[in-house]
Design a binder for this molecule. Structure first.
Ligand SMILES: Nc1ncnc2c1ncn2[C@@H]1O[C@H](COP(=O)(O)OP(=O)(O)OP(=O)(O)O)[C@@H](O)[C@H]1O
Ligand SMILES: [Mg+2]
Length: 323
């Protein structure tokens, strides 16, 4: 059992008055200890839904309709809310784009950090305070001592996000789900946070699922990358292969839309059209209406993940000539 997180055949549905929309469809993904998995895809692809499925924070009425999620071998997709809450503090750290979803406006950040620390580790108040200070330094809060007594609203947005990151990491989780954790931060802070996540993965073997729009962050931080399209996995593989030799036409289009860092990637046209709404996902491959390579078969049958340097859900994956 080498996977720390194992998602198998996950299906998330959103019931509406007219239909049961499928927000995630047969998604399988695993992350090993110490591995940083990037998750990319355009807005509405299901990245946050995937993260929320793991943390047990799916927005109502979305629900897991099929599949399994395992953390260190143990099923966590069907835990009662209280057990899930405990897991979230102790073994899974969650970082979201908006820090105020995590912080309690009524308590000082020192109180919040110390409470989280003491809920999961047998620390005295003095020890918890010292540890809280250490974490504030770790996430780059200058002169943290007096800041322990401050309330969330007394910090800038960037500082608040660093505190959320400290809160998510301080209990020593085995898995971190970070949903656009650095989007609101300026570039130097972003680099610092990414470096912190990498160090955590390397030194503590923490597995990290990192949702981001930023291909620079992907290249800098991730070991592997997964590409979602209309709630389905389009491609997953090592970061180098996937960014330089994408096999799924959608992944290739995504890569072509960013400035080339490596000239081996041929110039591909940007993708025309838009991702389908959940209520209108076409038959066969969800990408076929936008795909220049689509064959008649692509309109009829959904492609499985094809093995290769990376795995691509495509009947006709792009071949790359090596050399
Ligand atoms: N609370 C909700 N109720 C119903 N549908 C939702 C809800 N939240 C998201 N969805 C739908 O689920 C799908 C996936 O949304 P999700 O938020 O996971 O996308 P995303 O990839 O995280 O996008 P973004 O890059 O904009 O954050 C979208 O079609 C979205 O409209
Ligand atoms: Mg999102």
């Amino acid at each position: 059992m080498s996977a720390l997180l194992e998602i198998s055949h996950l299906r998330v549905e959103v019931p509406t008055r007219h239909a049961r929309l499928v927000a995630l469809d047969d998604v399988s993904l695993s992350i090993r200890p110490g591995e940083i998995m990037g998750l990319i895809g355009e807005s509405g692809a299901g990245k946050s839904m995937l993260g929320a499925s793991v943390t047990g924070l799916l927005p109502s009425p979305a629900r897991i309709a099929a599949g399994e999620i395992r953390l260190e071998g143990e099923r966590i997709d069907n835990l009662p809310p209280a057990a899930m809450r405990h897991l979230r503090g102790a073994r899974i750290g969650a970082i979201f784009q908006d820090p105020m979803t995590t912080l309690d406006p009524l308590f000082t950040i020192g109180e919040q950090l110390m409470e989280t620390l003491r809920a999961h580790r047998p620390l005295s108040r003095a020890e918890a305070r010292a540890e809280a200070l250490r974490w504030l330094v770790e996430v780059g809060i200058p002169a943290p001592e007096p800041r322990l007594e401050s309330y969330p609203h007394e910090f800038s947005g960037g500082m608040r996000q660093r505190i959320v990151i400290a809160l998510a990491l301080c209990a020593g989780p085995r898995l971190v789900i970070a949903d656009e954790p650095t989007t609101a931060l300026d570039v130097s802070v972003q680099a610092q946070i990414i470096a912190l996540l990498r160090r955590l993965a390397r030194e503590k073997g923490t597995a990290i699922l990192l949702v981001t729009h930023d291909m620079g962050v992907i290249a800098e931080a991730c070991d592997r990358v997964a590409v979602l399209y209309a709630g389905r996995l389009a491609e997953v593989g090592p970061v180098g292969a996937l960014t330089q030799r994408p096999r799924h036409p959608y992944a290739a289009g995504l890569m072509a839309s960013i400035p080339p860092v490596d000239r081996r990637l041929p110039q591909l046209p940007q993708i025309e059209g838009a991702m389908p709404r959940l209520a209108a996902i076409p038959a066969g491959c969800a990408f076929h209406p936008r795909c220049a390579r689509a064959l008649p078969h692509c309109t009829a049958e959904r492609p499985p993940l094809m093995p290769g340097e990376s795995q691509a859900a495509c009947w006709e994956p792009i071949e790359h000539v090596h050399g």
